[in-house]
Design a protein around this ligand. Sequence first.
Ligand code: NDP
Length: 280
Amino acid sequence: MTDRYAVFGNPVAHSRSPEIHAAFAQQTVQDLSYEKIEAPLDGFEKALYEFRSQGGKGCNITLPFKHDAYTACDELSKRAQRAGAVNTILFREGDRLFGDTVFGDNTDGIGLVRDLTHNLGISLAEKRILVLGASGAARGALQPLLDEEPSALFITNRTAVKAQELAQEFHDYPENKDTDLAGGGFADIPTEPFGVIINATSASVSGEVPDIPASVIGGQSCCYDMYYAQQATAFMVWAESNHASQIHDGLGMLVEQAAASFESWRGVRPDTGPVIKQFR
Ligand code: NDP
């Protein structure tokens, strides 16, 4: 029997996940189907349980349901707990004693880190990292970035208090004690240039660039926009005009987060290189 997977969102028509998972399935010779499900805005949980009762094995979750998915799970990975959001669900078959469980994970942050470190060859250890944004994507990326042991990580956001609170929360986890972790508004960004600058705002969606000083870019800085489009994003154009040494969009992150979901469902890791190339 073909195993059934899906991505839930609203809207979801634009999602490229079915094409990516079809490419992974073909490459790894896995018998599965992957569809898009547009759940009603107030009906995620019902749609999820319907899918499960019809034999669904697992799913991805995109906007605006990542928090609903977080609350719908019986068990969460540490990554999902820290992110406060779930983008991957695995329906686990239990035994007679414990029964079935809905396990939630968040692969966005490890997708970003794998794209940076593995695909783009950028080591994060001992680097100074600047994260722009303090919403879902930034939060999901924080722990995986901190796990790479950068020397410093500054979270900056248009609404400063959100960045301060996020930095404080992650600063309080004992395993993050070796990183100089702080947050604030754009005017609070330390003046020394950063090795890696990650745009986790949604400004590029509307062709805007966060109002940060160009002095954050030094001779060796990598600028990474989580957003991706057919052409260079507004942030990438800004990075280019300020002479960043490396500039990347979030397509690799998209494929890598999908690969991590696929591996947790199927127990086999697809080779992402050819798939990133194909979607580029
Ligand atoms: P949100 O819409 O929740 O992001 C809002 C954040 O962006 C807030 O921090 C907000 O600041 C900031 N922001 C929005 N517009 C501006 C602006 N003009 N100037 C400065 N800051 C701005 O989105 P998500 O967190 O879900 O996603 C963020 C980005 O990451 C999106 O572009 C998304 O496409 C991308 N993404 C990519 C993934 C991938 O696989 N490649 C996966 C997940 C996300 P404030 O708080 O002040 O309003």
